[in-house]
Design a protein around this ligand. Structure first.
Ligand code: GDP
Ligand code: IMO
Ligand code: MG
Length: 425
């Protein structure tokens, strides 16, 4: 079957954008199924670097149709700005992009309250959100007070729903002593963006199912990563959607029987941006050297990413939940610098060794990683073009982490560019 789901196995920023671009050379459809403009997916082609937030990573393949599906929360202003930026770079969206009628909108009041919630959380309780309004927009969806892209198709409906919700949020803002949002200003911003994206709104469920029936090649693009999933992640230090492969079906309207395979993207080490537990975090010079070599700064917010060794405990659990058929392992080149590389193979929790990720976040916070040392290869890998051109020790490292997470490696990435990617043997 030719429907592939691509998901992040760790805490996001695994290099999904790059891998999706690599895998979509001959894809008919690339469909984003969850998240919003909190995502930052980087695609580097030659000397050009693009960071995508809402636009699917298949956009650089001119014959690929891109879908923003119902599971995504769409900020119309952010999407318009992103599309305009890409248009300046020469991209044409006509006939290339559809936005689901059922996708919920992220509006200014969601962004404002996202920031307020963070401000009011005490130290230790802060989530470190991207402040893009993601959590509040999903909360409105579940509370059944959300506004959807189909509402954009009728301006009077949009205006009435927006006025009602804005008044509701303004009451909250006033009760916290915060400035209320001006209806006139916000409506005029929304109206302009709504007009811009209106031609792209369509029933993407019909589009994707027709393509599946016709056996077209479909790639379902995940955002964030397993440990940010609202059900499985390090709750409450998570995002507000299902980032795991199950979310690909509810988020796109494609039934599970169409899914052919799941590709899990993971870095050869680990990073996390924002707050929350990260058992293998290195708050020392080693972590710093990973950050600087890997240019580990958030693609959306610019925040420094926390860096650490590869964590096989969390990655194995993640491959199980996602049903990963094969792995894309990225950023191998960043480990070139080390004489010795650590792999976390187990945790010590409550004085006992465990190979499974605890569900209780407090236990994850207290978990002590148990490491196995692996010899480094100390050879530049960024020029490698095949499995056989990698140093023997690098191949052993890759084999080892794939064995530990119980999924085979299929794609190896040794640099940010499209051409620094090859199939594993
Ligand atoms: P995403 O959110 O999963 O798409 O990942 P991001 O784009 O946020 O972060 C991944 C970063 O690593 C980007 O800056 C990529 O250009 C870069 N990158 C991806 N793969 C590799 C790799 O194999 N080596 C190096 N050095 N950089 C990579
Ligand atoms: P991509 O798709 C890394 C993190 C935030 C915060 C938490 C909740 O580029 O991998 P939110 O704004 O979603 O409510 O923030 O989730 N986060 C990400 N971290 N990569 C991402 O996306 C992320 N999207 C959200 O830093 O800790
Ligand atoms: Mg990212």
């Amino acid at each position: 079957m030719s429907v592939t789901v691509i998901v992040g196995i760790q805490w996001g920023d695994e290099g999904k954008g790059k891998i999706i671009d690599f895998l979509t050379e001959d894809a008919d459809i690339v469909a984003r199924f969850q998240g919003g403009s909190n995502a930052g997916h980087t695609v580097e082609i030659g000397k050009d670097k693009f960071v995508l937030h809402l636009v699917p990573s298949g956009i650089f393949r001119k014959d690929t149709l891109c879908l923003i599906c119902n599971g995504v929360v769409v900020d119309p202003v952010a999407l318009m700005d992103e599309m305009r930026g890409l248009e300046k770079d020469g991209l044409d969206f006509k006939g290339r992009l559809q936005i689901s009628t059922r996708a919920h909108l992220v509006l200014q009041y969601h962004r404002t309250i996202d920031g307020l919630y963070e401000l009011k959380r005490k130290d230790g309780e802060k989530i470190g959100t991207t402040k893009r309004g993601i959590g509040p927009a999903y909360a409105d969806k579940v509370a059944r007070t959300g506004i959807r892209a189909c509402d954009i198709l009728d301006e009077n409906t949009l205006r009435a729903k927006f006025a009602k919700q804005l008044a509701y949020y303004n009451e909250i803002f006033s009760s916290c002593g915060e400035k209320a949002l001006s209806f006139d200003e916000e409506w005029s911003r929304l109206r302009r963006a709504a007009e811009y994206i209106r031609p792209y709104i369509a029933d993407t469920v019909l589009t994707i199912n027709k393509a599946a029936r016709e056996k077209k090649k479909i790639v379902l693009e995940g955002a964030q990563g397993m440990w940010l999933d609202v059900d499985y992640g390090t709750y409450p230090f998570v995002t507000s959607s299902n980032t795991t492969s199950g979310g690909a079906c509810t988020g796109s309207g494609l039934s599970p029987k169409h899914i052919g395979s799941v590709v899990g993207v993971m870095k050869a080490y680990a990073t996390r941006v924002g707050e929350g537990p990260f058992p293998t975090e290195l708050s020392d010079a080693v972590g710093e050297s990973i950050r600087s070599a890997g240019r580990e700064f958030g693609a959306s917010t610019g925040r420094p990413r926390r860096c650490g060794w590869f964590d096989a405990v969390s990655a194995r659990y993640s491959c199980m939940v996602n049903g990963v058929d094969s792995l894309a392992i990225t950023k191998l080149d960043i480990l070139d610098q080390f004489d010795e590389i650590m792999i976390c193979t187990a945790y010590e929790v409550d004085g006992r060794k465990t190979f499974d990720m605890p569900s209780d976040t407090e236990k994850i916070i207290a978990a002590k990683p148990i490491y196995e040392a692996i010899p480094g290869w100390r050879t530049k890998t960024s020029g490698a073009t095949s499995w056989n051109s990698l140093p023997d020790k690098a191949r052993k490292y890759l084999d080892k982490i794939a064995r530990l997470v119980e999924a085979p490696a299929s794609i190896i990435s040794v640099g940010p560019r499209r051409d620094q990617t090859f199939m594993a043997e």
